[in-house]
Design a binder for this molecule. Structure first.
Ligand SMILES: Nc1ncnc2c1ncn2[C@@H]1O[C@H](COP(=O)(O)OP(=O)(O)O)[C@@H](O)[C@H]1O
Ligand SMILES: O=C(O)C1=C[C@@H](OP(=O)(O)O)[C@@H](O)[C@H](O)C1
Ligand SMILES: [Mg+2]
Length: 260
């Protein structure tokens, strides 16, 4: 049928225009990133994303396909962020530091900001074993848990451009540090003992701190671990009194400088 052929041709033309406009869009995304870097500007600007979504919402209001277009636009934004993440880092980012330093929080923030995949080591191990970290410690002991951590680091070496959120004890083993550096840059997140206590005091998920939630105990364990954390780190970010956005910005700028 001639009419159907014509409509199919029109559809194909729409698709090539869509592909063309997407290529242009992603090219602009790369230019914006290059400009921000050249002028040492803030890389992450989450409020800009909200402004774009609002502007499109207004544009689409009343359109019969508003919902479908908004859904596609969300994917476009996601992939634009992914392009930014890949442009910034062609390696894995490994977050280390004491319990409560913010490794999980910063990983989640980066996942949203740059559409990077996150490997949350504690969570992956808990899922693999079908029990919580506290239950693994109680049932099999700490050594068993530490061996699981080492194996997971080795498993992750095939990944690219992901954030690896380590459990607080991962960098204590020299072997682990060697494994994480094979495909990643190591970021040490730090916080003072009082800050750590404020952050972890209401949680029972850290077996090593249960029954010891006081500044002295935290300060002693932190001091005992300090040299190994610092030896493992490619860069260090002090987190006290800073928001996740501020910490991520500082981290990105320090990593970029370390790359030069
Ligand atoms: N920069 C920060 N400012 C305020 N609270 C924070 C910050 N980073 C983390 N937290 C809070 O501290 C607690 C522990 O953070 P988490 O990311 O789980 O640490 P980790 O994974 O290093 O043990 C969480 O309740 C989190 O919301
Ligand atoms: O410091 C440690 O030895 C540990 C830290 C915990 O992870 P977080 O640092 O994410 O709390 C968890 O892996 C386990 O409780 C042991
Ligand atoms: Mg954590």
């Amino acid at each position: 049928m001639k009419e159907l052929d014509l409509l199919r041709q029109e559809l194909l033309s729409c698709d090539t225009q869509l592909a063309d406009i997407l290529m242009k869009r992603f090219d602009v995304v790369e230019k914006i990133m290059a400009l921000k870097e050249k002028n040492q500007m803030q890389i992450l600007q989450p409020e800009q994303e909200s402004r774009q979504i609002e502007a499109l919402d207004i544009e689409l209001k009343g359109n019969v396909h508003q919902e479908e277009i908004a859904d596609i636009y969300a994917r476009v934004l996601y992939n634009s962020k992914k392009i930014q993440g890949k442009k910034l880092f062609d390696y894995n980012i490994v977050l280390i530091g004491f319990m409560g330093a913010g490794k999980s929080t910063i990983s989640a923030f980066l996942r949203d900001a740059l559409a990077m995949d996150v490997v949350e080591m504690d969570q992956v191990i808990a899922e693999q074993q079908g029990m919580s970290i506290s239950e693994i410690f109680e049932t099999y002991g700490e050594e068993y848990f530490r061996n699981l951590e080492t194996q997971l680091l080795i498993d992750m070496q095939s990944k690219q451009n992901v954030i690896i959120s380590c459990g607080g004890g991962v960098a204590m083993r020299e072997r682990n540090v060697a494994e994480m550096k094979k495909n990643g840059k190591v970021v040490l997140l730090k916080a003072d003992p009082q800050t750590i206590l404020d952050r972890v005091k209401d949680s029972d998920e850290r077996p090593l701190l249960n029954g010891h939630k006081n500044v002295e105990y935290i300060a002693d364990l932190m001091e005992a671990r300090r040299a190994k954390y610092e030896a493992a780190a490619d860069i260090v970010v002090q987190t006290d009194g800073k928001s996740a956005l501020e910490i991520c910005e500082e981290m990105i700028h320090k990593l970029r400088r370390a790359d030069e």
